[in-house]
Ligand binder design. Sequence first.
Ligand code: IPE
Ligand code: MG
Length: 228
Amino acid sequence: MDGNGRWAKNRLMPRFVGHERGLNAVKKTVKGAMELGVDALTLFAFSTENWKRPQEEVNKLMSLFMLALQREVKKLHENNVRLRIVGDTSAFSYEIQQKIRSAEELTQENTGLALNIAANYGGRHDIVNAVKTWAKSNPELAIDDLNEDAISQNVALEDLPLPDLLIRTGGEQRISNFLLWQMAYAEFYFTDELWPDFDKASLQKAIESFQNRERRFGKTSEQVQNRC
Ligand code: IPE
Ligand code: MG
């Protein structure tokens, strides 16, 4: 989700207004994803690098995160959404951590949209952490036993199908340390639209672009079309 600051700046408003409108876009997009039958949606809300922003902005983002947890979880639960936060949540305040825990517990049996919020998340850290988790839980194994499956089973969202589509708003064309391992075969979609303007129609456009692509997973076009 990129472009909140610019959205506000374009309107001569402070950056936090852009973040507030960004939260609104989250609500519209989550609702849109449910209506469009999306199975899983992961939103990159706060990266491990975002702590470097001015303290005032970090505080504002934290209070919005808290507000969203307070106000939206009940509705998500009623809509059968399973909410999870991925990333190192230990850096957040005690109150936020409590809210995260109770929201995850409340919604863990839900079978509708899997909504994941990446918060204090970094893709490289996720991979290193996966290797450590694997090593600690398999002390009898040697380094040569480490393989792709072992990492896949220990990175974030390991129980979900791999992401099909990465959408980045705000005109930037980078991955910015998001789900690096999980995105190996994802289709990338970039749009100049700023995040606060994103909604169901924007999501639908991205999905339509995805549907027109041929995913070959290393094979030739002929192989994929003949399904051999
Ligand atoms: C995305 O919008 C929100 C977060 C990273 C938390 P930005 O804040 O990056 O907006 P721009 O890039 O300055 O417009
Ligand atoms: Mg940005």
